[in-house]
Ligand binder design. Structure first.
Ligand SMILES: Cc1cc2nc3c(=O)[nH]c(=O)nc-3n(C[C@H](O)[C@H](O)[C@H](O)COP(=O)(O)O)c2cc1C
Length: 158
């Protein structure tokens, strides 16, 4: 399996999971960045509303040949029960035909099922296969707890 971890993170938790996972798997991690940086307060107003409507935001070019990979491990925070708009942009811009996807869905304490369904439908519509999705509830987790979760998930794909 030639995998890459692709993630968006606003407050650093998904980043910790994604970078930990990539380190454990010995693969590349690529952070998606939005063209217009958001504050956390701004995210709760405009970002959550955009996420709820499955909108994509403008993201910086990733400058990477995604077709060189067969498995995408895609990590997103949950915003209003949905994937973050930056991840929606990545999903829209990427060709998933005959590719595998694994989702890492990070929420404070809420359910991941709506975000997982939205992401799964996008992969299926683009001819890809979803291997699994993992939910991580980050409320109250310390850095070492998050690292342990990343390690546990990585163990499934080694
Ligand atoms: C705009 C916004 C909306 C959010 N909506 C939800 C939600 O619906 N359910 C939930 O459990 N957590 C929600 N959260 C919390 C994040 O999903 C959670 O803290 C996540 O681990 C943050 O990841 P990050 O640090 O990589 O940005 C929201 C956070 C933000 C900023």
């Amino acid at each position: 399996m030639k995998a890459i971890v692709v993630y968006y993170s606003l407050t650093g938790k998904t980043k910790l999971i994604a970078e930990g996972l990539a380190k454990e798997l010995g693969c590349e991690a690529k952070q998606i960045e939005e063209v217009r940086k958001r504050s956390v307060a701004g995210a709760y107003i405009l970002g959550a509303f955009a996420a709820m409507r499955s909108k994509a935001s403008e993201i910086k070019p990733l400058n990477i040949d995604m077709q060189a990979y067969d498995t995408f491990i895609i990590a997103t925070p949950v915003w209003a029960s949905s994937p973050a708009p930056a991840i929606n942009a990545f999903m829209a811009n990427t060709n998933f035909k005959n590719k595998n996807a694994v989702f890492i869905i990070s929420s404070a304490s809420g359910d991941d099922s709506k975000a997982a369904t939205l992401l799964t439908n996008k992969i299926h519509a683009k001819g890809g296969t979803v291997l699994h999705h993992h939910a991580i509830k980050t409320n109250g987790l310390k850095e070492e707890d998050i690292n342990k979760k990343a390690k546990d998930i990585a163990g499934l794909y080694k």
